[in-house]
Design a protein around this ligand. Structure first.
Ligand code: ATP
Length: 236
């Protein structure tokens, strides 16, 4: 077991957003979290990254209690997040954005190696490496956000809605790249509105409803699950 979340509770003010979430991730897996808007998917990722206050339960990365660590310590354990809504540094170039993603490392040789790998994964970023990130298209910014998260050489990559707002052809390409990233040994937790594509890519999936996990199964089983088909796959 690489990551084990038990009975996780998160509050925003007086309102509880996660009511005791249990979720496990094995090394090498792609695990997807499905659910309607507001179900708590992003909150779960943000709890793993240390970006929200945990009010109860635990998150273990192997033997490390992540729930006790601040975000800047969690990232040192090689758990990185590519946030929903891209958030690149608009007045820096593509390459400068990527290099910032490697902030946990001072090893220039390693940074160059990661850069090369990311440019292989996203040739478009290489073509545009000197361009200001703010002038990239939405899809290119999405690639850059994922690339930047990869620069930290993560063990676990947390992806929040990587296909959001992208044209279908780009969605396909982003998903193919996520598969490649996973094949290179990175464990992936994927939050997606595009449930069908996510389940086709993932090994296992969890379904969330208003702060609870209501279903957990192999991705193959979830794809043929009637409840999932009705709610998330357009009725099958
Ligand atoms: P979406 O698919 O719309 O991004 P989600 O499943 O990722 O939804 P979350 O963003 O985790 O859902 O939100 C879970 C609940 O917590 C929602 O009711 C949301 O309104 C609430 N929430 C999220 N962030 C905050 C915040 N910073 N302050 C207050 N409430 C919040």
């Amino acid at each position: 077991m690489l990551l084990k979340i038990e009975n996780l509770r998160v509050n925003y003010g007086n309102v509880e957003a996660l009511h005791g979430v249990n979720l496990e991730v094995n090394e090498g897996e792609i695990v997807t979290i499905l659910g309607a808007n507001g179900a708590g998917k992003s909150t779960t990722l943000n709890a793993i990254s240390g970006l929200v206050n945990i009010t109860g339960g635990s998150i273990f990365f192997r033997d490390t209690a992540l729930h006790k660590l601040p975000a800047h310590e969690i990232v040192k354990h090689k758990i990185t997040q590519s946030p929903e809504g891209r958030r690149v540094f608009t007045t820096l170039t593509v390459q400068e954005n990527l290099i910032l993603g490697a902030f946990t490392s001072t090893n220039t040789e390693r940074i160059q190696k990661s850069l090369k790998w990311i440019y292989e994964l996203f040739p478009r970023l290489q073509e545009r490496r000197k361009q200001m990130a703010g002038t990239l298209s939405g899809g290119e910014q999405q690639m850059l956000a994922i690339g930047r998260a990869l620069m930290a050489n993560p063990k676990i990559l947390l992806l929040d809605e990587p296909s959001l707002g992208l044209a279908p052809i780009l969605v396909k390409s982003i998903f193919a790249t996520v598969k490649e990233i996973n094949k290179s040994g990175v464990t992936v937790i994927l939050v997606e509105q595009n449930a069908k594509a996510a389940l086709k890519l993932a090994h296992r999936g969890y379904v969330m409803e208003v702060g609870n996990i209501v279903l957990a199964d192999s991705a193959a089983n979830l794809l043929i699950n009637e409840q999932v088909q009705q709610a998330y796959l357009g009725g099958g």
